[in-house]
Write a protein that binds this ligand. Structure first.
Ligand code: UDP
Ligand code: MG
Length: 319
């Protein structure tokens, strides 16, 4: 592409053979109707179904549909990173490929950003009625915790459906993070921002790729990315158990002096187990951080680009 488009739409895609045709069908008329130059950056996160073939087909009659393919599955956030780093647009919108983020909101986001000169427009979920009870609860807990870590700037219920200006994208690109968690980093930038409320729809086809294990991973990454507070937890737990132990020691001495027998095995054993547990938790916490320091020091890229239709011969690590 010779001149930079005004808008890039970044879409991580992983095994979406059922949803993708429907998404394209709804997305294309909206983008065509905007009257701006645009590109859609479809990031194929190492799909193993018919998605890659499908994407090639889509590109054949939709030249604005650009394809980036990873060498293997690297995760939603890595796909987002590649898309943001390689998008050319003056504004970049990131959106899921399963129509859970209604593409009809893109014109609204763009208009808001232009009118008010905003660098960030969050898509905020007004209603999670279509999500399962479990997902709503875990998401609620996640956002509650994240607001405490990042501060009030973080809008609650804002996922990865958002618009960024070129300035915001360049700021994100300059960060050294290897595994960025964008929904925390974007508010942390502190750029002027606005919100567009939308209703989180049901996934149009296929199944979620975010099972509990991946959700836990995202939560752990988010916490350790933004705070050393869990490490302090170790100190607090240590202090509490120290105070309890002192109390018990005094109690034992006093009852001995009063002639009654010192309560025996069970209290001793409980104390021992408690301290052992506290120590293991603390070691585990340290491990979480040491593991992340280790992977940061190794500095391995989060993904490898196998193919980019914008630079057909491109091959190599993505940063
Ligand atoms: N996705 C991805 N790599 C993955 C998992 C998911 O690129 O390893 C994409 C997926 O195709 C979708 C978006 O990320 O466009 C959100 O994933 P999903 O809908 O499965 O998550 P949920 O909406 O259930 O949280
Ligand atoms: Mg989804």
């Amino acid at each position: 592409m010779s001149t930079a488009p005004q808008l890039s739409v970044v879409m991580p895609i992983y095994n979406e053979q059922e949803a993708l045709p429907l998404t394209v069908e709804r997305l294309r008329p909206i983008l065509d109707g905007l009257g701006v130059d645009y590109e859609v950056v479809g990031v194929d996160d190492g799909s193993t179904d018919a998605t890659p073939v499908l994407m090639q087909k889509i590109r054949q009659d939709w030249p604005e549909f650009r394809i980036i393919r990873f060498s293997r599955n690297s995760g939603h956030q890595a796909a987002l990173k590649a898309g943001l780093h390689r998008a050319f647009g003056d504004y970049v919108v990131s959106i899921d490929a399963d129509l859970q983020d209604p593409p009809e909101k893109i014109p609204e986001m763009l208009a808001l950003a232009r009118e008010q000169n905003l660098d960030i427009v969050y898509g905020v979920r007004g209603d999670r009625g279509t999500d399962t009870f479990f997902k709503r609860r875990t998401a609620g807990a996640y956002y509650w915790l994240m607001r405490r870590l990042v501060g009030k700037r973080m809008p609650s219920q804002a996922g990865d459906y958002r618009l960024l200006s070129r300035a915001a994208v360049d700021a994100l690109k300059a960060l050294p993070e290897h595994q960025p968690v964008y929904r925390l980093l974007v508010p942390w930038l502190g750029f002027p921002s606005g919100e567009v409320v939308y209703v989180r729809e049901e996934r149009v086809a296929g199944a979620t790729h975010y099972p509990l294990a991946k959700m836990m991973r995202l939560a752990l990454d988010s916490i350790t990315n933004f705070s050393a507070a869990p490490l302090r937890l170790a100190t607090y737990l240590g202090l509490v158990s120290f105070v309890v132990c002192i109390g018990l020691a005094i109690h034992a001495t006093v009852s001995y002096a009063l002639g009654s027998t010192v309560p025996g095995w069970s209290s001793l054993f409980i104390g021992m187990l408690f301290l052992g547990g506290v120590q293991l938790i603390c070691v585990g916490l340290l491990g979480e951080y040491v593991g992340r320091i280790y992977s940061a020091v190794k500095a391995r890229p989060a993904y490898f680009i196998g193919y980019d239709s914008a630079e057909d011969e491109q091959r190599g690590p993505g940063r």
